[in-house]
Design a protein around this ligand. Structure first.
Ligand code: AHE
Ligand code: ZN
Ligand code: ZN
Length: 191
């Protein structure tokens, strides 16, 4: 049996809506759920194979997207949130009771500062931007996945119409490189 990449994509991808206005994310606690309100759709939604992003049990990949941090508010039970790893670039705020990551935020100088990382599967509404690509695919091996299965994993993504990358997608890599070039002076700061 093919391994589960993620329940949201295993059986095909449902397209989101261009005019989707956002919605609420909830942690997995049965009561007193942490609630996060997003006031827009997300962007750059993708499958991520890295070891740090939260994924549901049994899935090889997380599905993670970004949203401007001003469009994200914790609207209930913020007291349950704790940063998973203070030393990581992305400060992932997880519910201490159920372990779900509600949002990841960057506080240091970084090309993605100002964008929060979120998992739209924590919402019960439909219409969020669908996954656009798969990132950090080779990273699943670091978590114990047999490298012999990688062709099958990459083929499955391709059959779903998702390009696979071992870091991030070209537009995101270009953003990172442009940020670096402006810092070193290789490109003008006002480009
Ligand atoms: N092989 C490593 C990769 C970890 C990694 O660099 N993850 C990325 C992507 S997360 C969402 O796309 C990243 O930006 N991490 C910064 C951070 O987590 O703070 C592994 O698998 O651990
Ligand atoms: Zn919880
Ligand atoms: Zn990740």
């Amino acid at each position: 049996m093919a391994p589960s990449l993620h329940p949201l994509i295993d059986n095909g991808i449902t397209k989101g809506r261009e005019d989707f206005p956002g919605g609420k994310l909830y942690c997995h606690c049965p009561t007193d759920k942490v609630e996060v309100t997003l006031s827009s759709n997300v962007a750059h939604n993708h499958a991520c194979g890295c070891s740090k992003c939260w994924k549901p049990a049994g899935a090889l990949f997380s599905i993670v997207a970004v949203i401007p941090r001003n469009n994200l508010k914790v609207t209930a039970h913020e007291e349950k949130l704790k940063i998973v790893d203070e030393s990581a670039t992305i400060q992932r705020h997880a519910c201490q009771s159920c372990g779900v990551h509600l949002y990841g935020r960057i506080e240091t100088e970084h090309p993605f500062k100002g964008l929060d990382f979120v998992h739209v599967e924590l919402s019960d509404t439909k219409g969020w931007q669908e996954p656009q690509f798969a990132a950090f695919v080779s990273s699943i091996i670091e978590q114990g996945f047999n490298p012999k299965g990688m062709d099958e994993v990459r083929s499955k993504f391709k059959s779903l119409g998702l390009e696979t990358y071992d870091v991030l997608s070209p537009p995101l890599m270009d953003l990172i490189a442009t940020f670096t070039a402006k810092k070193t002076g290789a490109l003008p700061a006002n480009l």
